[in-house]
Write a protein that binds this ligand. Structure first.
Ligand code: ADP
Ligand code: MG
Length: 360
C-alpha cells in the first residue's frame, strides 16, 4: 500500500505499547513455523529451545542520537558500554547469562573514525566485564544522526528461566540496587548542557567542566551514563539455588515495570513507598529541581535494576544480600496494583505511567 493512500492515524495516538500490540497481532501467525520458539513478543527476550535442553534468550535494543543519547553530555566510550549493558540487562531479566552480541551502527559520513573506535573500545571493555563476545554486526551510512543497534544472545538452563509471568499471591516483590538515579542524573546533564549552550550563545566563557568533574552528582550521573547490567545478581541466584517466580529489568520506571509483571502474571501487588530504595543523590537533585525523587524512581526509567518476585521462604537468603530490597507483596488481581505511601494511604500505581515512546 502506498503511504499516501493510508488512513492517517498517528502512532502518537496509540503510543509505544499500543503499537507493539498491533505488530504482535500481525506477526503472531509466524510463531507456528518455529515450534522451538517458547516465547515471542511480550517478555524481555524471545526464548528458543536448544536441543541440549537449555534455552537461548535473545534481545535487541536500538539507541538513537537525540532520543536515547546526546553527544554533548555523553562520553563516547560510555555510550558504547551503555549500548551493550541495556541489552545484557534484558538477558539478566530472564535469569540468563549473556553469550555474544551483534552490533550495528548507522553513521553520517562526516563522523570521525575515532568516534567509532572509542565507541567500540567502550563496548569491548564492557563485553569483557560480562564475559561475552562481540561477534559481528552491520554498518551503514545515515543522513544526519547516529543509530546503534545491539542484539544479545544468552543462555539459561530450562528450569532456571524466569519470565514476567509467574508471580503468585503471597510472593515478595524485590528490587536490586537503588532507583531514581538515572532520571536525576539526566536532569543535571540537561541543565548543564543548556547552561553551556547559553554561555556559548552569549559569547561568554563556560568554566564549569561538569562532564569531567561530576562532583556531588557523580553517582546519579554514572547511573545514567553507565548503568551496569546485574549479571552479579543472576550469579547470586544460581549460587543460592533461587529461581525468582517472575522478573523484569526496570527500563521504563518501577510503576510501569511492576505493572508488566502483574499484567503478565494475572496478579495485583502492594508496594511500600518507605521500602523503595532511592539513590540519596536523587533526593538532593529532586530538591534542586523542586521535584520528587519518588517520581524519578516510579516513572523516570533507565535504572536497569532487576525487579523480581520470590517465594516468602527465600526471604532470609534474599535479605542477606546487601543490594537487594524487599519492597512489597503480590496480591490477588482483584486487589489492584497499589502504592502504600509514607502516610499509609493507598495510591493506584496504574495511574502513574512510565516512559513510553511517541507520547508528547
Ligand atoms: P524492553 O524494555 O525489555 O527492551 P520493550 O518494551 O522494548 O522491552 O518491548 C516489549 C516487547 O515487545 C518485547 O518482547 C519486544 O521483543 C517486543 N517488541 C518491541 N518492539 C518490537 C517490534 N518493532 N517488533 C516486534 N516486537 C517488538
Ligand atoms: Mg527489559
Amino acid at each position: 500500500m502506498n503511504l499516501l493512500k493510508m488512513s492517517f492515524k498517528p502512532i502518537a495516538d496509540i503510543g509505544e505499547f499500543g503499537l507493539i500490540e498491533r505488530i504482535s497481532s500481525i506477526v503472531s501467525s509466524s510463531l507456528e513455523s518455529s515450534p522451538k520458539l517458547i516465547e515471542g513478543i511480550g517478555d524481555d527476550c524471545a526464548v528458543y529451545e536448544l536441543s541440549s535442553g537449555t534455552f537461548q534468550v535473545v534481545t535487541t535494543d536500538l539507541l538513537i542520537e537525540d532520543i536515547h543519547f546526546d553527544l554533548l553530555t555523553t562520553p563516547v566510550q560510555h555510550l558504547g558500554s551503555k549500548a551493550l549493558s541495556v541489552s545484557v540487562s534484558d538477558i539478566c531479566a530472564m535469569n540468563a547469562r549473556p553469550c555474544y552480541a551483534l552490533t550495528s551502527i548507522a553513521l553520517p559520513p562526516k563522523t570521525p573514525v575515532e568516534f567509532v573506535e572509542t565507541l567500540y573500545r567502550g563496548m569491548n571493555e564492557t563485553a569483557l566485564l560480562y564475559n561475552m563476545a562481540l561477534a559481528g554486526g552491520d554498518t551503514s551510512s545515515s543522513k544526519n544522526s547516529i543509530s546503534i543497534s545491539v542484539m544479545v544472545a544468552g543462555e539459561v538452563e530450562k528450569n532456571h528461566i524466569t519470565y514476567r509471568k509467574g508471580a503468585e499471591p503471597g510472593d515478595l516483590v524485590c528490587v536490586t540496587g537503588s532507583l531514581g538515579g538515572s532520571a536525576a542524573g539526566l536532569k543535571v546533564l540537561m541543565r548543564e548542557k543548556n547552561l553551556m549552550l547559553e554561555h556559548i550563545r552569549n559569547g561568554e566563557q563556560y568554566d564549569r567542566d561538569l562532564m569531567n568533574n561530576l562532583g556531588e552528582y557523580d553517582k546519579a550521573i554514572s547511573q545514567h551514563l553507565l548503568p551496569p547490567a546485574r549479571v552479579d545478581i543472576v550469579a547470586f541466584f544460581e549460587k543460592h539455588m533461587i529461581v525468582p517466580t517472575s522478573m523484569i529489568d526496570i527500563s521504563d520506571g518501577l510503576a510501569s515495570d511492576i505493572a508488566h509483571i502483574c499484567k503478565m502474571s494475572g496478579v495485583g501487588a502492594k508496594i511500600d513507598e518507605s521500602r523503595i530504595p532511592i539513590l540519596p543523590q536523587a533526593r538532593l537533585i529532586a530538591d534542586e529541581f523542586q521535584d520528587e525523587a519518588l517520581n524519578f524512581a516510579l516513572s523516570g526509567g533507565e535504572d536497569y535494576q532487576l525487579l523480581f518476585t520470590i517465594k516468602p521462604d527465600k526471604f532470609d537468603t534474599i535479605a542477606s544480600h546487601p543490594d537487594i530490597s524487599v519492597i512489597g507483596k503480590i496480591n490477588p488481581e482483584n486487589e489492584g496494583l497499589l502504592l502504600k505511601d509514607i502516610y499509609g494511604m493507598n495510591i493506584d500505581l496504574l495511574s502513574i505511567g512510565g516512559y513510553s515512546h511517541f507520547r508528547e
